[in-house]
Write a new protein. Structure first.
Lengths: 223, 284
């Protein structure tokens, strides 16, 4: 239960940014309307990118004194770290739900056709997002929550941008080399849910390993 | 019975170390923890609250260590620091929710009563609170729980005299049932003289003095006079000789009072004077 209470604290601290996710996505849909070769997956991609960026907000608010406040609460380091990772995970789920909603809005707005491969493809994007959040959290715990604020601006932007522009590049490659892209798509479309669910399971395992690593890094740390 | 027991506490940093700090604080008493900036006061208090981890020694609060039972250990402690530790974008209602979630003994009614009494605005973000309001909110969050030990790290700094007097009164009320204790560090030694039962004086990470306040004040004399009247034997015993326009001022252990001739004036020193002269002696 204490783990969930730490997650709740992170939500209280990030509430302003949470409202922004929907607002930013609405703007993205408006912009994509004017891009002729835009796809509904791009809306989802952008939603996940914003969520990855916002998932680091609790570290940004974590000055030395705030970190001390969390330390004073009657809980263990496992509760604290697991609570933070649960925040990242649940935020990604919320971000995905909002992004999926925005995809539907985009389709209605632009008139794009539905593609059967979109759902597994989005699940793969989601799992990559989970891995990116895990890597961000490990980096921020490694540097220390006290110094997270300074380091944050770097960690906040780079992985998210790598994720977004990397995915965009892949989409572009797929357009230019449709044969190799088709092979990949065939591979996914042969077993769409095995591959996508498999990627989610792997990402969750990476996140679990990240929790253990972060607990070990912080349990002897001073605040 | 001892509420707080600190045994051979050590903490090493690159440029500072706290060495073999030991003391006990019985139930129903207040201890003043004094020393200069950088003496190790906050380090000790941070070790007690487990914000920092010690390199050696043990700390018992109400008979348990943090290693044995971290959750109960932290439930026993209420901490108020010099810095406001609640997140700036929180509101009073957020504090109520968080405290209620985490602390089994947290009383919402008591918290609401205190926040109403101190007129802490529910709607404002905490970053908009004044220093006095922030200290009051920290007190409200701690006093609404059934804590055993109150740890105050220069909590009265920067408060106006009215609020400070109110805080000191609160501390006395807090220990009134004889089951709870307070350890507090401060630079305002008049506060300490007003309410402390014990004084622990630390300098550069090492213990200088540790005694009950009354015994400590009885153990020294504040001596004033002219420099030329100081004999060689007296010179050896005087602590922290400070020259001033009228001669000198120093403290002397009371059991050496026979060294004083009628050329000197002496009186009972304040804690402030004992600390100042000891620091002066150590800095030489």
């Amino acid at each position: 239960m204490k783990t969930l209470y730490f997650t709740k604290i992170d939500y209280i601290r990030s509430r302003t940014q949470l409202y922004l996710i929907s607002v930013i996505l609405a703007v993205v849909i408006m912009i994509l309307k004017f891009i002729t070769d835009g796809t509904d997956v791009m809306v989802f991609l952008y939603g996940i990118f914003i969520t990855i960026v916002f998932s680091t907000v609790p570290f940004g608010n974590c000055s030395r004194k705030d970190a001390g406040f969390l330390q004073l609460l009657p809980a263990t380091v496992w509760h604290r770290v697991l609570g933070r990772f649960l925040f990242g995970l649940s935020l990604l789920m919320i971000g995905s739900a909002i992004s999926a909603g925005c995809m539907v809005v985009y389709r209605l707005y632009v008139g794009a056709e539905e593609n059967v491969i979109v759902l597994p493809f989005c699940m793969i994007i989601l799992s990559v997002g989970l891995v990116f959040i895990t890597v961000q959290y490990i980096a921020l715990y490694l540097v220390g929550e006290n110094y997270g604020a300074q380091f944050l601006s770097l960690v906040r932007m780079i992985p998210g941008m790598c994720f977004f522009f990397g995915s965009m590049k892949l989409l572009e490659e797929a357009r230019q080399n449709p044969e190799s892209a088709m092979k990949l798509l065939e591979l996914i479309s042969d077993r769409p849910y095995v591959i996508s669910l498999g990627s989610i399971v792997i990402a969750l395992a990476v996140m679990a390993a990240g929790v253990v690593l972060c607990v070990k890094m912080t349990e002897k740390r001073d605040y | 019975m001892e509420l707080l027991e600190v045994r051979n506490l050590s903490k090493y940093y690159k440029t500072f170390s706290l060495e073999n700090i030991s003391f006990t604080l019985p139930k129903g008493y207040i201890m003043g923890y004094v020393g200069q900036n950088g003496a190790g006061k906050s380090t000790t208090l941070n070790l007690i609250t487990n914000i920092c981890k010690c390199n050696g020694g043990e700390i018992y609060v109400n008979g348990i260590t943090c290693m044995e039972d971290e959750i109960h250990y932290k439930e026993y402690i209420g901490y108020i620091g010099d810095e406001f530790y609640f997140p700036d974008n929180f509101r009073v209602r957020d504090i109520r929710r968080v405290m209620g979630d985490f602390y089994s003994s947290f009383s919402t009614e008591k918290f609401d009563e205190l926040t109403k009494r101190w007129k802490l605005d529910e709607k404002l973000q905490l970053k908009e609170f004044s220093r006095g309001m922030k200290v009051k909110l920290m007190f409200a969050s701690v006093l609404a729980r059934d804590t055993k030990l109150l740890v105050l790290d220069e909590a009265t700094n920067g408060l106006d005299p009215v609020v400070r007097a109110e805080v000191l009164k609160l501390l006395q009320e807090y220990i009134a049932d004889g089951e709870r204790s307070v350890i507090f560090s401060t630079h305002i030694l008049s506060d300490l003289e007003q309410i402390a039962d014990y004084v622990y004086f630390i300098h550069e990470g090492k213990t200088v003095l540790y005694d009950s306040k009354d015994d400590l004040m009885e153990s020294f004399l504040l001596v004033k006079g002219e420099r030329r009247a100081i004999s060689a034997r007296l010179q050896k015993e005087l602590i922290g000789i400070i020259d001033n326009a009228y001669g000198f001022e120093a403290i002397l252990p009371s059991d050496k009072a026979d060294l004083l001739t009628n050329e000197f004036h002496f009186e009972k020193p304040t804690i402030d004077q004992i600390v100042i002269h000891y620091i002066d002696e150590k800095e030489r």
